[in-house]
Design a protein around this ligand. Structure first.
Ligand code: MG
Length: 230
């Protein structure tokens, strides 16, 4: 790891636990829609029903699957149109639902020790983020330690596609072998980064057995452990 000149990070489930914040955000969205949408259109709303509608949207438009903002909006639009809303009314309600979801979704709590470790690493390396989700890192306090954050929805494809990794390398101005990518997903993060020639650290936050076929350059339990290796 002596040759490392820059570090890129996955966000969700690498810097913070995501499931908690997404579930909380969906609850906030639900509560808000109960207030602003006609009661009849929300009568059968549940997270399960919403997810079923989302699965239909993605099945019908697989090309938007990695654009989480578009998928969530389209799902809400479809939900309301199927329950009698006009297109314009459905778009308004979807906009409201997404607005509160997106705001709530950004309320994440970095894993213990992570903020401190990121600050220390940022004093020695340029840091960037590469996410398949729609966390708005640069609007969070933690974002001040990062040069930039790339979101899959602004690219033709999500990780493990090379597009975001190559864009990050380009912007960081480092060759692939001098850049370490850190993430929790063996296929998206480890394999994706290694495929473009980067080094990859697997953050095994949940203490899983490693799946066969993956060979991370480094395995750590949490981001703070990077300090022992760099
Ligand atoms: Mg992740």
């Amino acid at each position: 790891m002596n040759s490392i000149e820059a570090i890129t990070f996955d966000l969700d489930n690498t810097l913070w636990e995501t499931d908690v914040s997404i579930l909380g955000a969906e609850r906030v969205m639900h509560d808000h829609l109960l207030e602003v949408a006609p009661a009849a259109m929300m009568a059968d709303f549940s997270l399960e029903a919403f997810r079923a509608t989302r699965a239909t949207v993605v099945a019908e438009q697989p090309d938007i699957a990695h654009q989480l903002t578009v998928v969530r909006r389209e799902t809400l639009i479809r939900w309301f149109i199927e329950r009698g809303a006009s297109r314009a009314e459905a778009e308004d309600l979807a906009g409201e639902g997404f607005r509160v979801f997106y705001h709530a979704r950004q309320q994440v709590e970095p894993y213990p020790g992570t903020e401190d470790a990121i600050a220390k690493l940022a004093s020695r390396f340029p840091l960037a983020a590469i996410t398949n989700g729609n966390a708005d890192l640069m609007a969070m306090p933690l974002g001040r330690h990062f040069k930039f954050s790339l979101q899959a929805e602004h690219f033709p494809a999500a990780k493990p596609d090379p597009a975001m990794f190559e864009s990050a390398l380009d912007r960081l101005g480092v060759p692939p072998h001098a850049c370490l990518h850190v993430g929790d997903d063996l296929a998206h993060d480890v394999q994706g980064a290694q495929a473009v020639g980067m080094k990859a650290a697997w953050v095994n936050t949940r203490g899983r057995e490693i799946d066969t076929g993956f060979e991370p350059d480094l395995i750590i339990r949490q981001v703070a452990d990077l300090l022992d290796h760099l």
